[in-house]
Design a protein around this ligand. Structure first.
Ligand code: ADP
Ligand code: AMP
Length: 213
């Protein structure tokens, strides 16, 4: 099963990706997490990505496509995958289509719909685990112990690009670059839309139903 999770920044892709993937028996990958992992390891890719991410711009297609295609073509992911945050541009969608052609294409694209006001509330209150990347929210889904991850005990932090000024740019970039990709999959007939403003459990149920249906 090959599934893409789409939706604006803060719509809940990362919150849902792991459990959706585990229901399907595949792995989830977030392109943003791959970039942040490269930053932590201070690789050349990580340094390049940082210069775009810190101002809310997209990392260039060429390097983004190569990074995600390397992950997909790893034999450990041959059973399928859940992609979170990729593709975000037409060039990325075309590259993924080309890679998937021999396998029969992508099975489902799930679009999580959330209003702009809610996205800003979610992003500016988000905290992430430094070790396992699990997202929390200071009000909507706080960790049991303040500042510590429930899963692994790792330290929680606020991403630099979740500060209010960068959040606005990221939503604008999404509207310009990624909404047309959502339309592309809608026209291809594989897109299912879910209401992302329900509580986390109900969003998950709606997504699993949309993948099955
Ligand atoms: P994305 O991966 O799409 O950028 P996240 O999954 O990281 O979004 O979610 C963004 C923020 O919103 C996080 O702080 C998360 O805890 C919170 N969140 C996610 N889903 C919901 C929901 N259904 N209701 C309220 N808050 C949510
Ligand atoms: P995310 O973790 O999905 O919110 O992504 C954080 C940042 O990483 C984005 O604002 C971009 O700068 C970069 N990024 C993640 N995925 C992509 C992608 N598919 N294409 C370009 N840039 C990306």
């Amino acid at each position: 099963m090959r599934v893409i999770l789409m939706g604006p920044p803060g719509s809940g892709k990362g919150t849902q990706a792991t459990s959706i993937a585990s229901n399907l028996g595949v792995d989830a990958v977030s392109s943003g997490d791959l970039f942040r992992d490269n930053q932590r390891r201070d690789t050349e890719l990580g340094r390049l990505a940082r210069s775009y991410m810190e101002r809310g711009a997209y990392v260039p297609d060429e390097v983004t496509i190569k990074m995600v295609m390397d992950w997909i073509s790893n034999p450990a992911h041959s059973a399928g995958f859940v992609l979170d945050g990729f593709p975000r541009t037409h060039a990325q969608a075309e590259a993924l289509d080309a890679e998937m052609k021999a396998l029969g294409g992508v099975d489902r694209v799930i679009f999580i719909k959330v209003s702009e006001d809610e996205l800003i509330r979610r992003l500016t209150g988000r905290q992430i685990c430094r070790d396992c990347q699990t997202p929390y929210h200071i009000h909507f889904s706080p960790s049991k112990t303040e500042g510590k991850c429930d899963n692994c005990g790792g330290e929680l932090y606020q991403r630099d690009d979740d500060k209010a000024d960068v959040v606005t740019t990221r939503i604008q970039v999404y509207n310009q670059e990624t909404e047309p990709v959502v339309d592309y999959y809608r026209q291809a007939g594989i897109l299912r839309e879910v209401d992302g403003e329900q509580d986390v459990g109900d969003v998950g149920k709606a997504m699993n139903a949309a993948i099955g249906g």
